[in-house]
Design a protein around this ligand. Sequence first.
Ligand code: FCB
Length: 460
Amino acid sequence: MSAQPIPDVLAFPDAFVWGAATAAFQVEGSTTSDGRETSVWDTFAARPGAVAGGDTGDPAADHYRRYADDVALMRSLGLTAYRFSLSWPRILPYGTPEPRGIEFYDRLVDRLLAAGIQPWATLYHWDLPQSLEDRGGWTARDTAYRFAEYAETIAARLGDRVASWSTLNEPWCAAMLGYGSGVHAPGRTSPEGAVAATHHLLLGHGLAMDVLRQHASTPSGITLNLYPVVADTPDDADADAVRRIDGLQNRLFLDPLLRGGYPADLREDLSRFGFDAVVRDGDEAVLGKPIDWLGVNYYRGYRVAGSARPGSTPAGREWPGADQVHFVPDLAAPRTDSDWEVHPSGLTASLLQVHRDYPPVPLYVTENGAAYPDTLRDGEVSDDDRIAFLDAHLRAAHDALAHGVDLRGYFYWSLLDNFEWAEGYAKRFGLVHVDYHTQQRTLKRSARWYAEVIARNALG
Ligand code: FCB
């Protein structure tokens, strides 16, 4: 068989969306301004040892005050879309609408529209108001209804000015890291809590979809973090490890959203943590309301085994019921500054998994990116490692298109260096370098590279 020639130039479809993403708590700063309520992340960051370096949500990238300059930066890069999140504690502190918080997003959206950039707004990127956490947080069913109320407050105001609405970002992280392993806010460690939070987040998604439909005719969807999972060996025990991890990470979310119900094997695995008790009759119909698009956040893949292997790590508390599973490192893979293995082909695999196993739905890569130990020298950040990462992942995205995946856009994570959750400010993911003392922005070499790709709508 003769090898297929690899084309020099990989063109993306017309109207392919080229964006960059951020999240409110990670970039805004100004955590006590304009009536904002404390969020679970403020509380968590104040807990000694919870966040590297004792970092908090201030100053972040001061985007709350510098948003206009940041939109100008986006424009200079030719971005066609900006994915950001709305802050529930700014918009509805203690359950009461706060005009100053709402007006911030009003101004941001108008500024984006004036610059010809599509506003992509996510309702929830992990910053739950603390007063709701005090009433049980996502382990309480009521939080899903409060979420719909919050969605109503802001969707009624922004409506169709938002080009694309998203309900949740990565409910797996919010539930499993927030309530299972406690590595993220609110820092609880209970498998029952993680399982209840999973369902209530998805219930909130379904309720919010109805609200979005009432107030916006623009498309609405949700973002998941998907990981392709492969077995270390063909053993049955390793196959079961794949079933469990693929189940908890991917199918637990994809199936109710796209197939109308939770997978039977997971219902069984999770029943000992009270899953059946939290999923009430009729809930799955709410969760499974049609979505207009699915966002895929992709960072890396997993190799798993049903028992310990050399160098492997046992599954932690973020994997309820998967106690026997071990994660096996890929020693050949390069690593980012977050120590995450770089697996570009896993992006193709994740997109293909959705394409092959689920009913058709337009897909967007809503996050993909990497932290590297950037240095600012003589006004330059020469992040060739990030360019190589981006190039490889965009090729992988293109490969998915070549396999018939309905992929409509790509958002780099992140526009700006920012507060990387439990890692604080130490990990820099931005296309734009941020000096946290002066708030000076510097375009990294990768930003200029990405701008060229966008301008050509092609790689190579
Ligand atoms: C994702 C989060 C995002 C960012 C990246 C690196 O899981 O959605 O906020 O922290 O990881």
